[in-house]
Design a protein around this ligand. Structure first.
Ligand SMILES: [Zn+2]
Length: 500
């Protein structure tokens, strides 16, 4: 079931200045295509080109062909990569949707925007990318299948069209509808796909491409997943502080049940990734048909990944290992400029907002952004210098979780990166895990105990940084449980984010 609200876009006919700007943009854009590349890059930047984000929820980078996966999950994305700038080491700010997208939309760390759990709404004093672009004359629209990125958490602020989609496979229609409204105006279109989020839905013919899973096994997987997630909400449901309830026995049982279906889970996840890939292809086709594809800067990304027993658990928001934090990120520039370039530096999703604002000539609107424009990494002709964040990801335990891991991981985890070296500072137990991602990409050999010097340095850096970050926190608004609509509750429950 989908809902359709009335459009609230400003009247285009009255926007004379925008029409002039749009003409100028077309004119300079077409000239730029005939120039030598570096000159074209310099000229092409800082124009009000359209901006399109396509976010695929819960997509592990390592399940895509372009990042080395050996199964055919992503032919569309792999082809897109050849026309785009691909960031090989992009990291989400947090391991689940709400804090991650809050950071994407504000270029602030989760410890600053504070939107780290249910019932919190982004402070109105933190400007969002959509607000910045709207202020610059953009028409804005958000179409999303994950309720966390809507009005409930304040993440629809700045979008003139806000549409939640219960059904999958609607984003191409949404794109067509939105583009039909804004033909002569620069625009920001945000599309958020809910695949391959659990319970890993994909049509049966897609599942068959990756192996055999009986309908009974898929149903059993779905049931065990629900049982597993319910353990996470034991405290919330009983209004107790997170971590009060010992759910170890129930979690162990659910993990064992899911582990027994491990092969099926991987097949289903791959099929769901493939399904997301096909949906993306349908949307790109619409963008090509409408001409948007050649005009817009198109950003493909994921909000976080997914654990599939890599470190003993399933699903997301429980750790900051690479399966959770390494996300696909690529930018298709207007006309396919810079296509095929790969960027190997560690970058963060906090960098996306500064990049876009820089590209469309609104870089000054990002003075308090914590991320840095990626354009200098794309082409030196853009000017400027990229400032990498060494601390791109953090996690709060906000649901309560598995007691044995609570003891070892604690409730706050901060990632520190130094090239291939990754440290995870676990605040409460005061430990640092250290991994060399070049030799140990799966983070199985903790070097922390044998490399005390580097581990201590990383812990100190993380601790100082966290204290500093929390000092700049802009408190979110607390939303009372009774103020969460039954519609919002139902949408969250459908994806396993509300107890009961
Ligand atoms: Zn998500």
């Amino acid at each position: 079931m989908t809902e359709r609200r009335s459009p609230v876009l400003p009247a285009l006919a009255g926007a004379g200045l925008l029409a002039v700007a749009a003409l100028a943009w077309w004119f300079t854009g077409r000239n730029a295509d005939t120039m030598p590349d570096s000159t074209a890059a310099a000229t092409a930047q800082r124009r009000p080109v359209p901006v399109i984000f396509y976010l695929i929820d819960t997509l592990r980078a390592d399940r895509l062909g372009l990042y080395g996966y050996d199964k055919p999950t992503s032919p569309i994305i792999d082809a897109l990569a050849k026309e785009s700038v691909v960031f090989d080491r992009a990291h989400s700010a947090a391991p689940w949707t709400l804090p991650s997208v809050s950071s994407l939309f504000t270029s602030r760390f989760p410890c600053e925007h504070g939107v780290i759990r249910n019932q919190l709404r982004l402070s109105e004093s933190l400007p969002t990318l959509a607000e910045r672009l709207q202020a610059a004359g953009y028409a804005t629209g958000s179409y999303y299948q994950n309720n966390f990125v809507g009005p409930m958490a304040g993440l629809s602020r700045g979008f003139q069209v806000v549409e939640f989609r219960q059904d999958l496979e609607t984003l191409d229609l949404d794109a067509r509808e939105f583009l039909g409204r804004v033909a002569d105006q620069p625009y920001f279109l945000y599309l958020h796909s809910m695949e391959p989020h659990a319970t890993y839905f994909a049509p049966r013919d897609l599942v068959k491409k990756f192996g055999y899973v009986s309908i009974d096994d898929h149903e059993a997987f779905r049931a065990h997943w629900i049982g597993y997630r319910m353990m996470w909400f034991a405290d919330a449901k009983a209004s107790r502080p997170v971590g009060s309830t010992d759910t170890t026995e129930g979690v162990d049982l659910a993990i064992n049940n899911i582990n027994a279906l491990e092969a099926s889970a991987h097949i289903l996840y791959d099929a769901a990734v493939n399904f997301a890939d096909i949906e993306l292809g349908q949307t790109i086709e619409v963008l090509r048909q409408t001409g948007a594809w050649d005009e817009a800067i198109f950003v493909l990304l994921a909000d976080h990944g997914e654990e599939m027993r890599d470190h003993g658990l399933w699903f997301h928001d429980q750790s900051v290992y690479e399966e959770m934090t390494h996300v696909p990120l690529m930018i298709h520039f207007p006309g396919g400029r810079h296509g095929g370039k790969r960027v190997s530096e560690n970058v963060s999703l906090l960098d996306v907002m500064p990049t876009v604002l820089d590209f469309v000539g609104e870089g000054d609107a990002c003075e308090n952004c914590r991320g840095s424009s990626l354009l200098p990494l794309v082409d030196a002709a853009y000017g400027g210098t990229y400032r990498p964040s060494e601390l791109p990801t953090m996690r709060w335990n906000v649901w309560g979780y598995y007691k044995p891991l609570k003891a070892s991981r604690g409730d706050i985890n901060v990632v520190v990166r130094d090239g291939d070296l990754k440290g995870i500072w676990n605040k409460e137990p005061g430990t640092v895990e250290l991994y060399d991602l070049a030799s140990d990409p799966g983070e199985q050999q903790d070097l922390g105990p044998s490399d005390g010097t580097r581990a201590t340095a990383m812990a100190d850096k993380a601790a100082q940084w966290l204290a500093q970050c929390e000092a700049t926190k802009v408190a979110p608004t607390e939303v009372a449980p009774e103020d969460i609509s039954s519609e919002d509750r139902d949408r969250l429950r459908a994806h396993g984010y509300f107890g009961g």
